[in-house]
Design a protein around this ligand. Structure first.
Ligand SMILES: [Mg+2]
Length: 223
């Protein structure tokens, strides 16, 4: 089988956190930037990295948006996300586990994450549905603010695990940003409509399915 690096998105693809991320981010932003709630409330999170969300909100609030400020808000978010996840525990999206298992059955693959979450937030979220231990590596929002750069970090970690210079790279995600970032790094994209976007918004993907355990999805994963 073709050596393959799998990079799974989390929110909208593997699980839904019932708005815990937004609540934690909103509270963090209001604590760090009092009186600027609306700036964060106006940011659409889907497909964004955590530092990208924060920097966008800081700019809209006309606040300093340098890396130190971004880091400060991200850290405030990380202090809150675990408690928010506990309020209404995340729900695993139907079909996601079957896709992860299919990737694991691939004879020559590295199964990792490609997510805009900070690595600590990713761990909290996936641990809550018992899936954190399934991923040995990833590219995270804490690695790069730009989604394509984040995926490239994940790809390179996967290649290192495979001991390969090149491989088929498959991004599994739920937003147009997953698709465009995959295209930027020369990866393929399997898109799923379990997030906020329907099939027409995801038609640029190599394959679009309504569940990740759809036969067409499992076949695509195995190449
Ligand atoms: Mg997503």
């Amino acid at each position: 089988m073709t050596p393959t690096v799998f990079l799974f998105d989390i929110d909208g693809t593997i699980l839904t956190a019932h708005g815990a991320g937004r609540r934690a981010m909103q509270a963090a932003f209001e604590a760090e930037c009092p009186g600027q709630a609306e700036a964060m409330a106006s940011v659409a999170f889907a497909g964004m990295t955590d530092p990208g969300i924060v920097r966008t909100a800081l700019r809209r609030a006309e606040q300093p948006a340098d890396d130190a400020q971004v880091q400060r808000v991200v850290e405030a978010y990380l202090r809150r996300i675990e408690a928010e996840l506990g309020v209404n525990p995340p729900r695993e999206i139907g079909g996601a586990r079957a896709a992860i298992e299919a990737a694991e059955r691939h004879a020559h693959a590295a199964v990792g994450l490609g997510t805009g979450n900070h690595v600590d937030g990713a761990r909290y979220k996936l641990a809550s549905v018992g899936l954190w231990d399934r991923f040995a590596f990833g590219g995270f929002g804490s690695d790069a603010e730009d989604r394509a750069q984040m995926l490239a970090v994940g790809r390179d970690r996967g290649l290192a695990r495979l001991g390969a210079d090149t491989a088929r790279v498959v991004v599994i995600g739920d937003t147009p940003r997953d698709i465009s970032a995959a295209v930027t790094i020369g990866a393929q994209c399997l898109a799923v409509t379990t997030g906020p976007h329907d099939a027409s918004a995801l038609e640029a993907a190599d394959r679009v399915v309504d569940r990740l355990d759809h036969p067409a999805a499992l076949q695509f994963l195995l190449g």
